[in-house]
Ligand binder design. Sequence first.
Ligand code: IPE
Ligand code: IPE
Ligand code: MG
Length: 251
Amino acid sequence: MNLAFWKNEGDDTAGQVDFSRLPRHIAIILDGNGRWAQRRGLPRTAGHKVGAETFRTIATYCRDIGIDYLTVYAFSTENWKRPKDEVGTIMTLLRRYLLEAIDTMERDNVRLRFMGDLTPLSGELRALVDRCNAISDRLSGCQCCICINYGGRAELVHAAQCFAGDCAAGAVKPKDLTEESFEQYLYSGGIPSPELLIRPGGELRLSNFLLWQCAYAELYFTDVLWPDFTKAELHRAIAAYQSRDRRFGAV
Ligand code: IPE
Ligand code: IPE
Ligand code: MG
């Protein structure tokens, strides 16, 4: 693999990473945008704008180094509690990103997938999501999952409802449910669980993200705020992951 693209980073963090042993799936909680802006005397929305750029950079880099799945937490079921203008800015940034993705995903061979209850989104946004999904169906490349109006608990309840519906329709029986079959009812059905979960922004919690899928994920927390997150930070997170002893309950 040609790894020349990381040589300009001006640091040696890439040297800490074994690029032949990368996690297949990385999940990131995109946190710290608001504080990044507030520390600069800017409105919180400015942080979301810069955070969206960081997302582009990191998602592209993950594709370049051969990460198969990148899942990002962009908007939670709880984030509707924020001021209207902040929610509006996030939705506008999402719209811009989707429009851009529609033009570039084929060229970049990046599939997009959306996790969460999208029904409260505007008709325009949902139509853009549908277009991205239709393009993704034709592609085979790295998959980027964007969690919008996503909550881990809501996802589990939704999966339980879908399973109950199949039971009521006579398609399955309650006793046939296994961990493997239940997974297919999650928004993430068909995607392997993340091996590495990264949370920038300094908080040491999951905030309702991927509660089922992260059962055995390696957790990496950093105080760096998401707009300041760089490839070097990603290298540090991957290197930390690679240094861990993943026992899965065995010895
Ligand atoms: C971005 O970070 C994540 C979103 C909910 C969109 P925040 O907006 O939570 O930033 P902080 O945590 O307030 O700094
Ligand atoms: C988690 O961040 C949600 C997203 C990044 C989308 P929050 O900022 O909403 O989480 P809390 O409030 O600190 O737990
Ligand atoms: Mg936050």
